[in-house]
Design a protein around this ligand. Structure first.
Ligand SMILES: Nc1ncnc2c1ncn2[C@@H]1O[C@H](COP(=O)(O)OP(=O)(O)OP(=O)(O)O)[C@@H](O)[C@H]1O
Length: 307
């Protein structure tokens, strides 16, 4: 596999002086040919700011980006024809019909497919003659996706592609993206739906406060994270298990050996005939990794004087 995107030490600031805001702080990314790469993170983590840099819509304030081996800003004319970009807010004019919008958009593409083809792909053939302004939020999102597909891109950027879609439309979009992947299209997507990343992504990066906090395959990310066991303090001396912590009336254990430690705790309680109230065991999951990261304090982001 060869890298389609290589980003090193990306930096992005907004504003100047005392109000300057450091939104992207040293992001490194490699996206390989044909893979689906998901960028996750809390609101304001820097996902869209990073995408803008990868898409060549903005120049980094530090660091380097290469797309197909080229700088996407300086070599925009060579890179852009192979990109499909679905922005977070489409911003299409509401007065044109869906078909007119796509026909107009098609005129900007170097090697487009047909309007009928993309309408069929996003399941909007029946809505071709409806004004964009009259569409539902989910339908508008699918027009945005259709626009991104018109140029038959080799690399597709999708910023929250299924936000606002009903569950059936989400699944249909997942099937479409899986078909595109099978056809060799490389994708970078952001999403707040963890199941979407689990279903689609070959690799995932979780951003927090402008930096990549975790990256890897789903398995690598989850395996590196502890599972948790909690129970109410039973009011007796606790078992000799490394890592047990007490917070008020709750006892907690973060462990990479969930089954082993749970068995030890249950055996200890059973031998003493102790009922363990409030007992809970949670295996590590993408959600638990995400929630634990989201709970970590963000550093002070306003460092105008250092810009
Ligand atoms: N043009 C701008 N001027 C000033 N600050 C900005 C600008 N654009 C984004 N930011 C700030 O940069 C930070 C990162 O924003 P960004 O949109 O990249 O986050 P995100 O991870 O995509 O968030 P979300 O999940 O909410 O879309 C946010 O705190 C945001 O307020």
């Amino acid at each position: 596999m060869s890298p389609v995107i290589t980003a090193r030490d990306l930096q992005r600031w907004y504003g100047h002086g005392d109000d300057a805001y450091h939104a992207v702080r040293g992001v490194d990314l490699d996206v390989e040919q044909g893979e689906v790469f998901a960028l996750l993170g809390t609101n304001g983590a820097g996902k869209t700011s990073t995408l803008d840099l990868l898409e060549g819509l903005a120049s980094p304030d530090g660091g380097t980006v290469e797309v197909f081996g080229l700088d996407p800003v300086r070599h925009r004319r060579r890179v852009r024809p192979d990109l499909g970009i679905m922005l977070q807010a489409g911003g299409l004019p509401g007065e044109l019909t869906v078909a007119e919008t796509l026909t107009m958009w098609r005129g900007t593409c170097t090697h487009p497919t047909t309007v009928d083809d993309v309408l069929d792909k996003v399941n909007l053939t029946d809505r071709a003659d409806v004004r964009v302004g009259s569409l539902s939020g989910g339908e508008k999102r699918r027009v945005d996706l259709a626009c991104a597909l018109l140029g038959q891109p080799r690399l597709l950027f999708l910023d929250e592609p299924t936000t606002g879609l009903d569950p059936e439309s989400r699944r249909a979009t997942w099937r479409l993206l899986a078909d595109l992947k099978a056809g060799g299209v490389t994708m970078v997507l952001t999403t707040h739906y963890l199941d979407e990343a689990e279903a689609l992504a070959d690799r995932i990066a979780i951003m927090h406060a402008g930096a990549v906090a975790r990256a890897g395959t789903l398995r690598e990310i989850v395996d590196g994270h502890p599972s948790t066991i909690v129970f109410d303090h039973p009011g007796v001396a606790l078992p000799p298990i490394d890592g047990l912590t007490v917070d008020g009336s709750r006892v907690a254990l973060a462990t990479h050996r969930l089954q082993h430690d749970l068995l030890d705790i249950l055996t200890w309680a059973d031998r003493q005939n102790l009922p363990l109230s409030g007992l809970g065991a949670r295996a590590a999951s993408l959600e638990s990794v995400f929630l634990d990261l989201a709970g970590e304090p963000a550093h002070d982001q306003t460092i105008g004087a250092t810009r």
